[in-house]
Write a protein that binds this ligand. Structure first.
Ligand code: EPU
Length: 421
């Protein structure tokens, strides 16, 4: 089993290529729906690209001129990428027209931090008829303090700051490995970016960025999902390309529950030790905490462990919707509005069911279900693999948005799974 390049790094790096009129070459691009959407979004403003035919694969990106500063309204609602074009379009055209964002329904997911940061850098931004209209003569460096270490807002501010006049401080920035990978590409392109202590990123604006070549990091969400698939089925799988440094918290949680893993030069081997696993408390958080995108497969794993486990979701206020189907399949999961944990949480005292208690182990029955979002989708596939009987799962396009050859990879692990024509 081999993990692909990270969706949440590769899509942003395609956008980064718009910051220069020279070619940018990216390797390890996953073959997924979100890459196709992102390429279309960038193509609509002037990107040209070629894709090497070999899977594994390389993209050659080039935007000699920005043809139009307007991302068509048709891209509204498809993913989270269009707003990230604001900085590159302002730098290269002085104007940007961006449709509202889409993405999975896992919370309100506003973009107020993005807009405030760009305004602080000197952009004038209006919102009307479902679009953001932004203008700027030249962006200027500023001190920006994000109210929360948002991944997207940090990435957006980086794109705007690298070519701004003067120095920008992004305080309370996200430091997820996918963000650092973006910083590495930008540095290769000629940017000056310091990672300070205490979540501060310092960007010294430069006049121009050049072309570069970069290999996108591997997908630590996909790696964790295969780890759970292996452990929950009593299996033993080497996940090639899984990187220990980016999965420390995940591995600590596996160790606490008694699941087996072995870090190897080519990846990480995950296995069930043969003795019962222990229930645990897990709280999601920004990096280096336990990723919110590891939550869904982990809850799935909790359903198969004897005793009471707890998951406290502190990143998104509405990320347990998928548990309803698991309950229908026989899982015992109860949602709570209270914070069942110790981490500071923005949802404390508010009306969001963002904690859950899982009582395991419960055998699961097959069911007909519809995938509500990308990460939940993978968990449904795992659930169906361990359930007694045949499940029919609709909405498979959601998982194809984010995982390369998902069914083929499940089949390579001997899962009895096929696409109904
Ligand atoms: N937030 C705001 N205002 C903003 C921006 C964010 O209130 O302007 C809030 C969000 O509502 C959320 C929290 O801040 O409660 C964190 O959001 P963040 O901006 O970090 O998320 P994102 O950039 O939209 C990315 C990934 C998500 C991943 C999160 C957290 C992409 C395309 N998406 O989203 O991945 O869960 O960071 O790590 O990179 C996925 O891949 O399935 C996925 C949802």
């Amino acid at each position: 089993m081999c993990v692909s390049g990270a969706k949440n790094a590769a899509t942003k790096q395609i956008v980064a290529s718009l910051l220069t009129d020279e070619p940018v070459v990216l390797h390890n691009i996953p073959q997924i729906g979100d890459i196709a959407v992102t390429l279309d979004v960038c193509k609509s403003v002037g990107l040209t690209f070629e894709r090497d035919s070999a899977p594994g694969s390389t993209l050659r990106l080039h935007t000699p001129t920005v043809r139009t500063p307007e991302v068509p309204l048709a891209f509204s609602g498809l993913n989270r990428i269009p707003i990230l074009l604001m900085g590159p379009l302002l730098h290269r055209y002085g104007t940007a027209v961006i449709p509202m964002l889409g993405g999975d329904d896992i919370g309100k997911r506003p973009v107020d931090f993005h807009v405030q940061a760009l305004e602080q850098l000197g952009a004038t931004i209006d919102f009307k008829d479902g679009r953001y209209y932004a203008t700027a003569d030249r962006l200027r460096g500023a001190v920006i303090e994000l109210p929360y270490p948002s991944v997207g807002a940090t990435e957006n501010t980086l794109f705007a700051a690298v070519l701004a006049k003067g120095t920008t401080l992004i305080k309370n920035a996200a430091v997820e490995p996918e963000v650092i990978d973006q910083v590495m590409l930008l540095q290769k392109m000629g940017a000056i970016i310091f990672l300070d202590t205490d979540r501060t990123i310092v960007v010294e604006g430069v006049e121009k960025l050049s072309g570069a070549e970069h290999t996108v990091i591997n997908d630590r969400i996909e790696a964790a999902s295969w780890a759970v698939a292996a452990i929950i089925t009593g299996g033993d799988v080497v996940v090639e390309g899984a990187e220990q440094a980016n999965m420390l918290t995940f591995l600590n949680m596996l160790r606490r529950m008694g699941a087996g893993f072995e870090v190897r030069p080519d990846g990480i081997r995950f296995y069930h030790p043969g003795c019962p696993l222990k229930p645990i408390l897990v709280e999601t958080d920004v990096h280096p905490g336990f990723m919110t995108d590891w939550q869904q497969p982990f809850v799935m794993l909790m359903t198969q462990i004897d005793g009471l486990s707890v998951m406290h979701e502190t990143v998104y206020e509405k990320r347990f919707g998928y548990t309803e189907e698991l309950v229908r399949m026989g899982a015992e999961i109860q949602l709570f509005r209270q914070c069942l944990g110790e981490k500071p949480c923005r949802f404390k005292g508010r009306d969001h069911p963002h904690s859950c208690v899982v009582k395991g182990a419960t055998p699961l029955r097959a069911a007909d279900m519809t995938i509500p979002d990308l990460r939940a989708g993978f968990s449904y596939l795992i659930a169906a693999s361990v359930a007694a009987g045949t499940s029919r799962i609709g909405g498979i396009q959601y998982v194809e948005r984010g995982y390369t050859n998902i069914l083929g990879k499940f089949q390579s692990l001997d899962a009895n799974i096929r696409l109904k024509q």
